[in-house]
Write a protein that binds this ligand. Structure first.
Ligand code: MV4
Length: 445
């Protein structure tokens, strides 16, 4: 039984988790850094404790401080949200050792999925299609050359400890390989403290489509369909939708079944996301995210399934009674991520005092945010201030509903990317639905 949860996060996702806890009659403990003292999440939690100064390394990433608060306040579990400690295997282990349930998969699974070479191998073994490429870490230029020759150029070099796009190098011919290989290794070492890299065939402008999975601790695994996440800027998703406007029912079934089979085969528990690259009708495993994701609300909207409540119930040891056949999707959902940043100034962060805030409402509109009028957005963390999510009968109506909601939204005092979202919602390629990861650069920026 879980009666009290420490929420080891901040901002909109801390608010989202606290809301789920309240609906489950679970007490909540918030932790915050000095600049988050007046943030929404600290106010709606039952208890809130300052754990350190603004730099995350001294507050939200400070494992001893987090564990200490959870222990002293008599919490049963810790919800890590996304980012910060959410995919930190060491942290999950420490939680276990301290008698605190980590709300997420077991540490070994966090470790496996954090190692991209190992996760590719595990997925291949599970029968999941992977992008043609190296089977293990590529240590030497000679090995890289050989693999590139076999799979054919262009190839992409990725850091095994990486993910999310950092330190990748695309190579178009053998002449470029040596410099790219050495740079990829040194960047990997600098960013991730490991020089290990691997190679994949480079797919030109693929789509990013991911499948949400839910797994209890008794071996029951279901999927909640896919999300289309191809609208990204510098590897940050901007707009997500469910279902994907491009894949047909056959591909959707196949992707869902593949994701469930993969999760079963590795003994996955709690909620997770399998990310696929989709190109020319085929999909390939890219990485698995072992956490709740920012864009989970579009899936909740079309399925009516509360992903955060499920995380907590699964962590409490409850059996999942919902079966795959009980999952249906209804209508269409779109999410726009609202960032405090200036699209006119190369997306420079725009922290500061929110003088005026009007949050849209009405039929089919959901706002997941961490802000209120009179709050000051600190400059310390990422610029996500909230998410506007709409749901309607079909995609065209959902787009029109999002346009309406964006028109209603007022944020004064800081710059936001609302103008960018309005451009996207009115772009003919977006409206047609057949866009890929090159969309934002090609069509909008
Ligand atoms: C790729 C790729 C093309 N081919 N891998 C970017 C994030 C990281 N997780 C993997 N990424 C990519 N991997 C192969 N073999 C293109 C990307 C990529 C991308 C992927 C998803 C969404 C946006 C992207 C933007 C640029 C590159």
């Amino acid at each position: 039984m879980i009666d009290k949860i420490l929420v080891a996060n901040r901002g909109e996702i801390a608010v989202r988790i606290i809301r789920a806890c309240k609906e489950l009659d679970i007490e909540t403990v918030a932790i915050y850094s000095t600049v988050d003292k007046d943030a929404l999440f600290t106010q709606i939690a039952d208890e809130a404790y300052c754990i350190g100064p603004p730099p995350s390394s001294k507050s939200y990433l400070n494992i001893p401080a987090v564990i200490t608060v959870a222990t002293i306040t008599d919490c049963d579990a810790i919800h890590p949200g996304y980012g910060f400690l959410a995919e930190n295997a060491k942290f999950a282990e420490v939680c276990e050792q301290c008698g605190l349930k980590f709300i997420g998969p077991r540490p070994e699974l966090l470790r496996l999925m954090g190692d991209k070479v190992a996760s590719r191998r595990a997925m291949k073994k599970a029968g999941t299609p992977i992008v043609p490429g190296s089977k293990s870490v590529v240590q030497h230029l000679k090995g890289a050359k050989r693999i590139a020759q076999v799979i054919g150029y262009p190839v992409i070099i990725k850091a095994s400890a990486g993910g999310g796009g950092k330190g990748m190098k695309v190579v178009y011919d053998e002449e470029e390989l040596e410099v790219a290989f050495l740079m990829a290794r040194s960047e990997a070492e600098l960013s991730f403290s490991s020089p290990d890299v691997y190679l994949e065939k480079f797919l030109e402008n693929p789509k990013h489509i991911e499948v949400q999975v839910v797994a209890d601790e008794f071996g029951n695994v279901i999927h909640l369909g896919e999300r289309e996440c191809s609208i990204q800027r510098s590897h940050q998703k901007i707009v997500e939708e469910a279902p994907s406007p491009v894949i047909d029912e056959t591909t959707r079934r196949k992707m869902g079944r593949t994701a469930v089979q993969a999760a079963k085969s590795i003994g996955y528990t709690n909620v997770g996301t399998i990310e696929f690259l989709y190109s020319e009708g085929d999909f390939y495993f890219m990485e698995m995210n072992t956490r709740l994701q920012v864009e989970h609300p579009v899936t909740e909207s079309v399925t009516g399934f509360d992903i955060v409540k499920a995380q907590i119930q699964i962590a409490s040891g409850e059996k999942m009674t919902v079966k795959q056949k009980d999952i249906q999707t209804y209508g269409h959902s779109i999410e726009c991520r609202l960032n405090a940043e200036s699209p006119e100034r190369n997306f420079m962060p725009s922290p500061g005092y929110i003088r005026k805030l009007v949050i849209p409402g009405g039929p089919g509109v959901r706002f997941d945010g961490g802000i209120y009028q009179g709050f000051s957005i600190p400059p310390t963390y990422d610029s996500l201030i909230g998410k506007l999510i709409v749901h309607d009968f079909d995609r065209i109506e959902a787009i029109q509903r999002m346009r309406r909601a964006l028109d209603e939204m007022i944020v004064e005092g800081v710059d936001t990317n609302i103008s960018l979202h309005k451009k996207i919602m009115n772009n003919p390629v977006f409206v047609a639905g057949n866009y890929d990861t090159g969309f934002l650069n090609k069509e909008i920026l």
